[in-house]
Design a protein around this ligand. Structure first.
Ligand code: NAD
Ligand code: UDX
Length: 480
């Protein structure tokens, strides 16, 4: 029986390995982590992450050929193939701080593999890493090898949260990069055989190591760039009376462009886009490619602009002050169908409003009060370091309360900000909400999910990203 071990039981390691176990009953899969609470949760009825379809997959395999354990060394030493799916956050200090990837967790995993291995291993980079990381890992392993042979493969993950199981069942492609040597090619075949249990051969792309590593950063940069492009257009739409939804539709009908990923929003969030683009920028700078670095930097700048533009709209619409006013925040996760708040635009928007002394009442169907408090009291880039996977920090932000539902959040508020596109927010009784709001009653839709016409008929003053402005808002001077 082939044995797989995955180091890192997070958003990628957990679902990816659960699907491998489901699709390959002949393979034994162990997922290991240094976080005891995470592993306990994976072994319980309350999985540590919310992901549609994940519970069913885990229930079918757990205890049969899928195991979650903190006994990292035992499972690593027994495995034939080791996936490394640890976090690769942005460095917070030292050389490259604020841009470069922090490979501390990756390096410590590699050193541990070298320490405990007693047989040849295929080591698979599942984490998103800077191009050429495989070379560094090879060096660590070969200098500590005790005669053991290691093959390093790059097999980046392209799943998106909220649709992870669907994406893993039917990936657009699986990418495997390896050395162009007999040993490298043999390792590529071994990993290809795993995926071939359910992924058609023509969707498995094999490349050299550096192409695979770089393709992951490139794919995320291209995706994020589409969102910044449409968000940049949304600002121009507001200035000119065009409607960004109509523009996106018209642009996306060009088959060369395509319709996906053209929804204007309050900004992209999530643990990947910003981190990976900053990493790409740093790699470009290190290679002397200043113009290329500046090109990609702009994607982040427009995203930051979009978030601050939204905050400015809220404050300027409400007579230029939200001090002491209750504002309801609907949605805190970075997108619907996940409880993940990493780099969610809601953090920047809430911090912006708190900076203007607003009182916030926040509701999200999947995010806890503890998580919201932690996110709003944490420094930029600190979120992806394991210490923050541990229980709450003692600081709480007093101007923030968390509501049980959207109606409670909205009661007596001056305005409503929609920051995540949860389906339930489309179906709310907005007349009921209007009745309980202070007047004039404002809705700021950061996800373009409300029926603007209907809400205006009810009596709301509505701002919806990139849509023709309410006459109320038109009279307010344009923002920087
Ligand atoms: P995560 O923080 O959810 O999980 C990482 C886990 O690794 C944590 O539970 C941590 O405790 C564990 N860990 C760290 N060092 C360890 C060690 N030495 N030994 C054992 N466990 C250790 O992160 P994630 O979202 O799963 O992302 C993991 C990697 O995958 C990152 O490089 C990320 O960029 C990439 N990625 C993420 C996504 C996504 O949607 N989240 C998608 C594609 C790729
Ligand atoms: C992303 C990539 O899609 C995935 O391939 C990669 O493996 C990890 O990073 P993820 O961050 O989980 O996945 O979600 P994604 O669906 O890409 O959304 C990212 C952010 O962009 C969210 O905040 C989302 O709301 C926003 N978004 C997405 C938009 O604002 N507009 C869009 O049209 C699409």
């Amino acid at each position: 029986m082939v044995k797989i071990c995955c180091i890192g039981a997070g958003y990628v390691g957990g679902p990816t390995m659960a699907v491998i176990a489901l699709k390959c009953p002949s393979i034994e899969v162990a997922v290991v982590d240094i976080s005891v609470s995470r592993i306990n949760a994976w072994n319980s009825d309350e999985l540590p992450i919310y992901e549609p379809g994940l519970d069913e997959v885990v229930k079918q395999c757990r205890g049969k050929n899928l195991f979650f354990s903190t006994n990292v060394e035992k499972h690593v030493s027994e495995a034939d193939i080791i996936f490394v799916s640890v976090n690769t956050p942005t460095k917070t200090r030292g050389l490259g701080a604020g841009k470069a990837a922090d490979l501390t967790y990756w390096e410590s995993a590699a050193r541990m593999i070298a320490d405990v291995s007693k047989s040849d291993k295929i080591v698979v980079e599942k984490s998103t890493v800077p191009v050429k990381t495989a070379e560094a890992i090879e060096k660590i392993l070969s200098h500590n090898s005790k005669g053991i042979k290691y093959q390093i493969l790059s097999n980046p993950e392209f799943l998106a949260e909220g649709t992870a199981i669907e994406d893993l069942f039917k990936p657009d492609r699986v990418l495997i990069g390896g050395r162009d040597t007999p040993g490298g090619q043999k390792a590529i075949h071994a990993l290809r055989d795993v995926y071939a249990h359910w992924v058609p051969q023509d969707r498995i792309i094999c490349t050299n190591l550096w192409s695979a590593e770089l393709s992951k950063l490139a794919a995320n940069a291209f995706l994020a760039q589409r969102i910044s492009s449409v968000n940049a257009m949304s600002a121009l739409c507001e200035a000119t009376g065009a409607n960004v939804t109509q523009v996106s539709h018209a642009v996306g009908r060009d088959t060369r462009i395509g319709p996906k990923f053209l929804n204007a929003s309050v900004g992209f969030g999530g643990s990947c886009f910003q981190k990976d683009i900053l990493n790409l920028v740093y790699i470009c700078e290190c290679n002397g490619l200043t113009e290329v670095a500046n090109y990609w930097k702009q994607v982040i700048k427009v995203n930051d602009y979009q978030k601050s533009r939204f905050v400015n709209r809220v404050v300027s619409s409400m007579f230029n002050t939200v001090s002491g006013k209750k504002i309801a925040i609907l949605g805190f996760a970075f997108k619907k169908d996940t409880g993940d708040t990493r780099e969610t635009p809601a953090i920047d928007v809430c911090k912006g409003l708190l900076g203007d002394k607003a009182n916030l009442s926040i509701y999200d169907p999947q995010v806890t009060m503890d998580q919201i408090q932690k996110d709003l009291s944490m420094n930029k880039f600190d979120w992806d370091h394991p210490i923050h996977l541990q229980p709450m920090s003692p600081t709480t932000v007093k101007q923030v309360s968390v509501a049980w539902d959207a109606y409670e959040a909205a009661k007596d508020a001056h305005g409503l900000c929609i920051l995540t596109e949860w389906d339930e927010f489309r179906a709310l009784d907005y007349q009921k909400i209007f009745n309980s709001l202070q007047k004039p009653a404002f809705v700021f839709d950061g996800r373009n999910i409300v029926d603007v016409k209907k809400l205006r008929e009810i009596g709301f003053i509505v701002y919806s990203i990139g849509k023709p402005l309410d006459s109320w808002l038109k009279d307010i001077p344009a923002m920087a």
